[in-house]
Design a protein around this ligand. Structure first.
Ligand code: ZN
Ligand code: FE
Length: 255
């Protein structure tokens, strides 16, 4: 299956996404940050949404749930452990589960860290993953409900996906993430190239997403705790990867 994808901005820096299987017409809304831009995307594409896939319970990801459900009678899927906080939820999913979407399947990857029950959705047949507020381009989500070891393990689950996986994220944070990343990994030429590309895109008002897992592995400091240069720059040559990750997350929180 080749997914058709429409990505657009909602609120100030949230991404809205519609993903459609052209062979069946089934269309998923990945998180519902804001009704207006989602309705505009539905109108623009002519696609009829059949399901909302919720990554986590934060208001900037579920605000549109009830209005969209009322209008389209769609099904809302989300993480079991956050069900009580996801408006209109019809069906809960857990780690490792798969469900049908169109002519393919979607894998559920639980990624606690940003929230305790956050899930990512992996459209393995299309090599497309929606990582919500767990993995951003050049960044990762803030640790609101879990601590660094959980997020480190969650990101490891994502980096086990095929490198060619195309990654869509919950927010357009890439430009500020790039500035932080360059601070701890200033000699990384792939990162420098990406940062320049991000500046160019943002100057044109264009999104910096999607990215690919391969690009993130080469540039995203939160996926590179093993990198000798980063470890040396942090003075943490002897530390565990998990401790290096925790330090990078801590520095970003106060950056
Ligand atoms: Zn969030
Ligand atoms: Fe968010």
């Amino acid at each position: 299956m080749t997914l058709e994808i429409e990505q657009f901005m909602c609120r100030s820096d949230n991404f809205g996404v519609l993903a459609r299987d052209p062979s069946t017409g089934e269309t998923a809304i990945i998180d519902a940050p804001e009704v207006g831009p989602i309705l505009a995307a539905i109108e623009r594409t002519g696609w009829t949404p059949t399901v909302i896939l919720t990554t986590h319970h934060h208001p900037d990801h579920v605000e549109g749930n009830l209005a969209l459900k009322e209008k389209f009678g769609l099904t809302i899927i989300g993480p079991e452990s956050e069900a009580a906080r996801i408006p209109g939820i019809d069906r809960t999913v857990r780690d490792g589960e798969t469900f049908r979407f169109g002519s393919g399947t979607v894998g559920v990857i639980e990624t606690p860290g940003h929230t305790a029950g956050h899930v990512c959705y992996n459209f393995a047949d299309s090599h497309v993953a929606f990582t919500g507020d767990t993995l951003f381009s050049l960044g990762c989500g803030r640790l609101f409900e879990r601590k660094a070891p959980d997020m480190f393990a969650s990101l490891k689950k994502l980096t086990a996906l095929p490198l060619e996986t195309i990654v869509y994220c919950g927010h357009e944070y890439t430009q500020s993430n790039a500035r932080f990343a360059l601070g701890i990994d200033p000699t990384n030429s792939a990162l420098k190239t990406r940062a320049a590309e991000v500046d160019r895109l943002r100057a044109l008002g264009l999104p910096t997403l999607p990215t690919t897992l391969m690009q993130e592995m080469a540039t995203n400091p939160f996926l590179r705790a093993h990198d000798p240069v980063i470890r040396r720059n942090l003075g943490m040559e002897a530390a565990t990867d998990e401790a290096v990750f925790a330090e990078i997350r801590k520095r970003k929180d106060i950056a």
